[in-house]
Design a binder for this molecule. Structure first.
Ligand code: NIG
Ligand code: FE
Length: 435
């Protein structure tokens, strides 16, 4: 007889339990479906979800192991751990000077061509010790977790030499092993052309293709390859060539596409069956249709437009209407979007992309999981999924975008373990009280 698994963690009395059971990915009107269970409960065995249902039935369905951690959610909202599918988290030097220059009227590209931007972060990465990056990135990961994010995609791209790109990917690998958050690594050697190759662009592309890609894939340091496909960075033909090589090495494709201008990036990503195309502020109608057709996920980053003091946001409603898989992300990086708050991105998505709370939650759970090929395991609270769970200090999930700029993530469970020390375990609400 199979051994009956016992619950090692149980959350009961959940006012609204958002399971996300339902279609994967969530497209069009289905983005509003949250698989919501009122007065729900969830039982966990080890690092997996054991049972999901009504609170008063859950204990009957899942016998408790000795020492089982029991959490009374007292009517709060519970969701799957959020997934942030686009980050550049490995940096030590911050760039508040550039932020100030932007406020005073300089554009992101003007600052970049004056030696700031990505190249400033490259010089920092090449010249500072690995230990410093591990320390600072680790603090950043703590903050992401505290905001309810349990998995992130993490890019290299501040090395731009074989040795420094590999060092950055090794830092990501190290943090994945030592930090509770899960990191999915993306190689972004084509983030910019480094200074020493300024007049030899083709040679830099050759280096990425002939040296970096074999080494990175040989050492299994990345699952995805990304490129900054933009006027003044890598054009469509260069992007196609580099990403075709990455695909031949077995990497999934991602693109920074149509962020500052419409260049056909969305069309290119779709034509290469990319897993995702990100930014897409200026994606064309043809590009949107092509992405719906190829199933390429649109990862929208409204925090970047916000932090670049821009006024044009990605055409999210049009994408949803066209049947594109829409995900949301912080783009956490020292230049264009310095934040670890995915809930703040949800507020921006509501106000600037006109996405409802339910659509935004779909975009940071199931659809974000699709953007990193993890849809079988995370983004849902269903039996057999990884037990990444967040308890939110609210009674109605629609409070998430509405109550903006504050952290309402009250408890975070990662792989079945209730994390402590995140600083979230205080309650401002008399009705909820301490657990
Ligand atoms: O996603 N667009 C290119 N890359 C980042 C910015 C990186 C930086 O400025 O350091 C982005 O916005
Ligand atoms: Fe980015």
């Amino acid at each position: 007889m199979p051994v009956q698994k016992k619950a090692t963690l149980l959350i009961k009395n959940i006012g609204q339990m958002i399971t996300m059971a339902g279609p994967v990915p969530r497209l069009g009107a289905d983005m509003k479906q949250l698989g919501l269970i009122d007065n729900g409960g969830v039982a966990v065995a080890g690092d997996e979800i054991l049972a999901v249902g009504k609170s008063d039935e859950i204990e009957g369905r899942a016998p408790l192991a000795e020492g089982c951690v029991v959490i009374d959610a007292k009517g709060m909202v519970v969701t799957p751990g959020f997934i942030d599918p686009h980050t550049h988290p490995v940096f030590s030097m911050t760039r508040e000077n550039e932020f100030e220059m932007r406020i005073l009227g300089k554009s992101y590209m003007e600052i970049a061509s004056a030696g700031g931007g990505i190249r400033a972060s490259v010089s920092d990465l090449r010249n500072s010790p690995t230990e410093l990056f591990i320390q600072r990135t680790s603090r950043r990961l703590d903050r992401l977790l505290a905001y309810g994010v349990t998995t992130i995609e993490a890019k290299s791209g501040y090395g731009l030499s074989t040795e420094s790109e590999i060092r950055q990917l090794e830092i990501i690998q190290n943090l994945n092993e030592t930090h509770p958050i899960d990191l999915v690594a993306t190689f972004l050697g084509a983030h910019e052309v480094p200074d020493e190759y300024r007049d030899r662009r083709k040679e830099y592309a050759d280096l990425v293709i002939n040296e970096m890609l074999p080494k990175v894939t040989g050492a299994k340091l990345a699952e995805f390859s990304d490129i900054f496909c933009e006027e003044g960075v890598f054009d469509i033909e260069e992007s196609r060539r580099i990403q075709q090589a990455a695909k031949n090495y077995g990497l999934g494709l991602k693109f920074h596409a149509d962020e500052l201008k419409s260049t056909g990036g969305a069309e290119l990503a779709a034509s290469m069956d990319a897993v995702s195309a990100d930014h897409l502020v200026y994606a064309s109608e043809t590009g949107i249709k092509a992405m719906a057709e190829s199933g390429t996920v649109a990862v929208l980053l409204p925090g970047t437009t916000f932090s670049l003091a821009g006024s044009t946001y990605a055409p999210a409603r049009r994408m949803i209407e066209a049947g594109v898989t829409v995900a949301l992300s912080t783009d956490c990086n020292p230049g264009s979007s310095h934040t670890e708050s995915l809930p703040m991105i949800i507020s921006l998505a509501a106000l600037q992309l006109r996405m409802t709370a339910a659509e935004a939650i779909s975009a940071v759970t199931v659809n974000a999981a699709c953007a990193i090929n993890r849809q079988d395991r995370i983004g849902r609270l269903e039996v057999g999924c990884q037990a990444d769970i967040v308890v939110w200090e609210m009674n109605d999930y629609r409070e998430l975008p509405y109550h903006y700029g504050v952290n309402l993530a009250r408890m975070v469970v990662k792989k079945g373990k209730l994390l402590t020390g995140l600083g979230n375990d205080t309650s401002g609400r008399k009705t909820m009280g301490p657990v």
